[in-house]
Write a new protein. Structure first.
Length: 619
């Protein structure tokens, strides 16, 4: 999972679905019907036909938490009016035993369960997931006739000791809505979808988004990718956002090589309406063959494309870990009383490291940008508890004081991955790195063979070097802070002053050179202020009205787009600026000249380590 926090510039395999499961008649099956055609008080009805029961009483559950969220969300609180019936339609006695569980009496005669499911998107407070809200990508949306975000763990419950049986899911929906998912629909009608999965995990692992059809598909090295978008006003479309996403996923596949074997992958993008009660938990949640993403619709196309690349790149790398390499705690996930693995440093940390490393490896960013990203993670990690053992935090992440340190999985967790990568590179003379390790672990374990939590460090050491094992014991399960500078130095990178480009439209990191006339909506260069290299080089003056840049018009409604676009300008890029000065329009052609701030960072200085450095970033 990746959770994002948005600021003024919006800076937030298990197996592929086994089609043969639909043909295989298992002895036990839970049949589920979700009716999206009839919405009552913003709720929909679910009907459960249970497998044959034995004993006098049975307990029916909704999950307390689900894989990838690392928070206790208690999905049972979304359920209203649960009823159980026998074959004659007589109602059986039920009793709610906790927030997520119902005991059903005389269960031998149980024939059917019905209940209503509430949504979560329009009740979110924005105070944070795991507190008042369920993280939006793991939540539910019920917007009659327009959108249904069907995260199955919020709709479908399970019986005690019945999570490993077959689940047959039927969804009734309006013909105008398309259900985007990686599951295979065996019903060819336009109003009924039917999915069969081998166990409860496979059901919760495959979200479905119903919306007016707006999707694109493409294929990368035999993997079919479906990209589906819901935009309330239609301002964003799958077609316009596809190029950035496709470029990113092609680069990721090239980086991973043979380690990724997915045949299907789905990206579900839900854009929330910030002017209405709607989703506020921006970010994404990973699944074996899909990613669910939530962002605000008001984000400009350029910003949305950038954020989409970052979160999808993180979530897609989860196809390596924990989806292909994971412990028994994940393989046999206990939805009622979850027990967490010790290895969030790998599940989230290595994933986040790959999400950055692949970009420099595939030429999407340069080495200096990569160093800057890692330096930022060092700064962020230093604001958290740097002496709390990572394995201890991971195993207890659902409770205080550990859950408050969860965000460190994206900071120190990624840096742990980087240091292991560096150790392996150094010891192998640049021939191998952490990606090689993950390929070996994937081959050793894989989708259906989990490891024992306490045995992972030993297995990693066996597959790499003693120095890796020492690092894991000292810095991951131990309390010692990591000396990052010594690891950077192994790759010829040292700490020093670096030059960071300043946005050409900003005086420092936040003070603008431009303002807006609220009456005319025109963008104006602020008068009586000392201008920067960018504006002086083009001959711009205070009071000039900026009408268009590179033939693209801008005004109050699109000023945010302009700020975001200017982030991408590089020194000596050709630029054309259409202005109005003293009510006379003119076009200025020239080149971009930037200002730079000096800051502490990392840069490559030791040329004797050139071969190692190149193998690290480009190998």
């Amino acid at each position: 999972m990746k959770k994002l926090i948005l600021s003024i510039v919006f800076i937030l395999a298990v197996s592929n679905f086994n089609a043969t499961a639909q043909k295989k008649a298992l002895k036990e099956v839970e049949k589920v019907t979700i009716d999206l055609n009839h919405v009552k008080d913003d709720k929909v009805m679910v009907t459960i036909i249970p497998p044959k029961m034995v004993g006098n009483d049975v307990v029916f559950h909704l999950p307390k938490t689900v894989p990838g969220t690392y928070s206790a969300d208690n999905y049972g609180k979304l359920i209203d009016d649960l009823k159980a019936f026998d074959k004659t339609g007589k109602e059986l006695k039920t009793a709610k035993t906790d927030e997520n569980s119902w005991k059903i009496s005389n269960s031998k005669s149980l024939s059917k369960i019905t209940y209503w499911v509430n949504d979560t998107f329009d009740t979110e407070t924005g105070k944070g997931f795991g507190k008042d809200d369920i993280f939006s990508p793991a939540g539910i949306n019920i917007l009659e006739g327009k959108n249904f975000m069907v995260n199955n763990h919020g709709f479908v419950g399970y019986f005690d000791n019945k999570t490993e049986i077959n689940f047959n899911l039927t969804i009734l929906h309006p013909a105008t809505l398309f259900g985007a998912t990686s599951l295979i629909d065996s019903d060819k009608s336009t109003t009924v979808d039917n999915f069969v999965v081998a166990r409860y995990f496979d059901l919760t692992d495959n979200p479905i988004m119903y919306a007016k059809p707006d999707y694109e598909t493409f294929t990368v090295d035999g993997m079919q990718i479906l990209f589906s978008v819901y935009s309330p006003t239609g301002i964003h479309t799958a077609k316009e956002l596809l190029p950035d996403l496709e470029k990113t996923m092609r680069a990721q596949k090239a980086f991973l090589g043979s380690i990724n074997t997915n045949k299907r992958y789905t990206v579900l993008l839900y854009l929330s309406d910030v002017k209405q009660p709607d989703a506020k938990g921006y970010g994404a949640l990973e699944h074996h063959t899909s990613t669910t993403v939530v962002f605000p619709e008001l984000m400009p196309k350029e910003a949305l494309g950038e954020q989409l690349k970052d979160v999808v790149s993180h979530e897609f790398f989860h196809t390596v870990t924990p989806l292909s390499i994971h412990s028994k705690e994940i393989q046999y996930f206990d939805y009622t009383n979850p027990k967490m693995s010790k290895h969030l440093w790998m599940y989230e940390g290595v994933t986040e490291y790959f999400a950055n490393l692949f970009q420099v490896n595939q030429g999407l960013i340069d080495a200096d940008a990569f160093y800057e990203r890692m330096a930022t993670k060092i700064t962020n990690a230093s604001s958290l508890n740097d002496t709390m053992p990572f394995t201890e935090m991971s195993a207890n992440v659902l409770v205080d004081p550990y859950k408050d340190q969860y965000l460190n999985v994206y900071e120190k967790g990624a840096l742990i991955g980087m240091c292991i990568d560096i150790i392996i590179r150094e010891k192998s003379n640049g021939q191998r790195g952490i990606l090689d390790l993950m390929k070996k672990l994937s081959k050793e374990y894989g989708v259906n063979k989990p490891f024992n939590d306490d045995e992972l460090f030993g297995k990693i050491t066996q597959l790499t070097y003693p120095e890796v094992g020492e690092f894991l014991i000292t810095y991951v399960s131990g309390k010692t802070p990591i000396p990052y500078e010594s690891y950077f130095a192994k790759m010829g990178v040292t700490k020093g002053k670096i030059q960071i480009p300043v946005n050409p439209l900003l005086k420092d990191r936040s003070t603008p050179y431009i303002t807006v006339n609220p009456t005319t909506k025109e963008i104006i260069v602020i008068p009586s202020t000392e201008l920067n290299n960018f504006m002086n080089n083009l001959g711009l003056k205070g009071g000039d009205v900026i009408m268009a840049i590179n033939n693209k018009p801008y005004n109050l409604d699109t000023i945010y787009d302009l700020i975001i676009e200017s982030q991408n300008w590089k020194t000596d890029d050709a630029i054309s600026v259409k202005i109005k000065r003293d009510n006379v329009e003119q076009t200025i052609n020239g080149k971009v000249k930037l200002n730079f701030d000096e800051a502490q960072g990392y840069k490559f200085t030791d040329t004797s380590k050139q071969v190692l450095n190149t193998s690290w970033l480009k190998g």
